[in-house]
Design a protein around this ligand. Structure first.
Ligand SMILES: [Zn+2]
Length: 264
């Protein structure tokens, strides 16, 4: 069901903003008191310091959870900017396209993480909308990763938190730290094997063993061709082994390798 402009404003002012301001304590630029609603029927939004916007098109989405996610995503862009500005950091100078894509993943992650901590029922509803969200975000462009990449990334985060618990919040903080030091570093081979191991009863799938081998090869000889082979193996494993991906994502090692291979 679509959300009216008045309800969206209420949602922003009374439910979301009071939670998101926790990220802006002590920062000079705070989230604006009001959400700006652009009459455009495109599904879009934007945020610059002191300004958060969403379109009427986004409010018209058929599922409330997707509307919540759209607004929260833009608010998360805002808090990312103010947190970085407050600590005198900027995105690293590694090319605008890369920075923008990284910014999208970070905003998705902050939005989703905050739903997990403060609106857990809503977070579950968003998870159930992941296929719709994938379609909605589409193929991506120079500034935006594809819907598939963005949702797989959130899925992996969700898997880790549901499997290993919210103690992973510290890991989340570290993860966000990692994202600001792009390009992300490769996960060392020994760490990968260690973090992804389970008991002796749980054998590694053939596809996971492929990742192990290609990771070792890449680390020994870090040339682009080996990186591509590693990425192909990783993506194949990632997409076809959800259980393994979920149960072996200790310390977000799966997410970290994902970030590295997908050009953060
Ligand atoms: Zn965005």
């Amino acid at each position: 069901m679509a959300i009216t402009a008045i309800n969206a404003q209420n949602l922003y002012q009374n439910q979301l903003r009071p939670v998101w301001v926790q990220y802006e304590q002590g920062n000079p630029v705070q989230l604006p008191a009001n959400l700006t609603i652009n009459p455009s029927l495109n599904i879009d939004g934007g945020a610059v310091p002191g300004f958060v916007e969403t379109t009427q098109g986004a409010l018209n989405l058929p599922n409330d959870s997707l509307v919540w996610f759209c607004i929260a995503h833009e608010m998360s862009h805002h808090v990312t900017q103010s947190v970085l500005a407050a600590s005198n950091q900027a995105f690293p100078a590694v090319g605008l396209a890369l920075n923008s894509k990284m910014g999208e993943h970070v905003a998705d992650l902050i939005a989703f993480h905050t739903f997990m901590t403060d609106f857990p029922i809503r977070a579950k509803q968003i998870v159930s909308q992941f296929p719709a969200l994938t379609n909605l975000l589409g193929a991506g462009d120079n500034m935006h990763p594809s819907g598939n990449q963005r949702v797989l990334f959130l899925q992996s985060y969700y898997d880790a938190v549901t499997r290993f618990g919210m103690a992973n919040v510290t890991a989340f903080t570290r993860l966000i730290g990692i994202t600001f030091q792009s390009p992300a570093a490769v996960v060392p081979h020994h760490e990968w094997v260690d973090k992804t191991s389970r008991s002796i009863l749980h054998t590694r799938s053939r596809q996971l063993k492929d990742v192990d081998t290609r990771l070792e090869t890449y680390i020994t000889n870090p040339v682009p061709a080996n990186r591509l082979l590693l990425r192909n193996s990783f993506d194949t494993w990632f997409q076809h082994n959800p259980k393994e991906r979920k149960k072996r994502n200790k310390g977000f090692c799966v997410l970290r390798l994902f970030l590295f291979l997908h050009d953060w």
